[in-house]
Write a protein that binds this ligand. Structure first.
Ligand SMILES: [Zn+2]
Length: 308
């Protein structure tokens, strides 16, 4: 069961029909994401509308290293941050609940790093970030296929959650902290093997080697690469099966952990969307309104030959 993905070539040609399909496919999950951050309904709709307009404007520079959903979610997060920042002065003077909102903006902004920004900060080139995301994804897939969900959760807790060994040991009922260190070590070793096969440019391999040899910690921002790259995010059909209650034990435990403990924003947005929190008729009217504004932009693009 694979999910529909749009034809990027058609989108880059500003094809009306393809863009409208994008809107019906993704509107629900974007609204669900915005709902967790933006209280006002009209403002949420604006965020989603601006997201689609931003997607149209940026489509010619679409980077095929990422999925279309990642592209769209990235824009949606930025529009959400913009909205929260614009409203910060108002909400700050409001009440205690609003202070929480202010924190949320900063939390949100702190994970809002494009791969190129991570690269600049950590001296890891953009191709290095991609390589690392690629290696992590390969490791996750392999571990998932082997049915080693406990191992997957432990490594996600360490790498993505930045949990301490002690907390991880307690949460997963492991023998002791050494078991946690052992799982981490074996994951690093396997990542290094994968890097030896794939990282021919040696963008990440030196770090992995140093970490495996115990010379230093893994001095790259694995947490951000893991989260930004969504390396462990299950495909949407797994989330649908969770709602239906038809997941096998291992994936069920992992999804619960990923959604409830790692609190992955995007998987939660998919969960809310698939759970139908938004009524179908409400969503339909949002799609219609948002679609109208997108069509207007598309028309101006095609008439002026894509110029701004
Ligand atoms: Zn996720």
């Amino acid at each position: 069961m694979s999910e529909w993905t749009p034809d990027i070539t058609k989108l880059a040609r500003f094809d009306d029909a393809e863009w409208l399909k994008v809107e019906s496919a993704f509107c629900g999950r974007l609204m669900a994401y915005a709902s967790r951050r933006v209280r006002d309904r009209q403002a949420r709709e604006d965020v989603v509308q601006e997201t689609f307009l931003g997607a149209v404007r940026g489509i010619e520079a679409f980077d095929p290293a990422y999925t279309f959903e990642q592209y769209l979610f990235g824009i949606c997060r930025n529009r959400t941050i913009d909205h929260l920042r614009r409203n910060k002065l108002v909400t700050l003077g409001d009440n205690a609940q609003s202070d929480e909102d202010a924190v949320t903006v900063e939390d949100l902004a702190s994970v809002d790093e494009t791969p190129s920004r991570i690269a600049r900060q950590r001296d890891l080139s953009e191709t290095g970030v991609r390589m690392l995301a690629d290696l992590l994804r390969a490791w996750v897939e392999e571990t998932w296929t082997q049915g080693e969900f406990a191992r997957l959760m432990v490594v996600e807790a360490l790498f993505s959650g930045a949990w301490r060994n002690r907390d991880t040991w307690e949460r997963f009922d492991l023998r002791d902290e050494t078991s946690v260190a052992g799982i981490k070590f074996r994951a690093l070793k396997r990542l290094r093997e994968l890097a030896q096969e794939r990282d021919t440019q040696k963008r990440v391999l030196p770090w992995l080697t140093a970490a495996v040899d115990g010379r230093e910690g893994l001095d790259i921002d694995v947490q951000r690469v893991w989260r930004e790259g969504r390396v462990s995010c299950p495909a949407r059909h797994w989330i649908a099966r969770r709602i239906a209650g038809t997941l096998p034990e291992g994936p069920a435990a992992f999804l619960a952990f990923h959604l409830d403990e790692m609190k992955c924003d995007w998987c939660r947005a998919n969960l809310d969307d698939l759970s139908g929190l938004e009524s179908a008729s409400e969503l339909e009217s949002v799609i219609t309104r948002v679609g109208a504004s997108t069509l207007q932009l598309l028309r101006s693009r095609t008439q002026k030959g894509g110029a701004d």
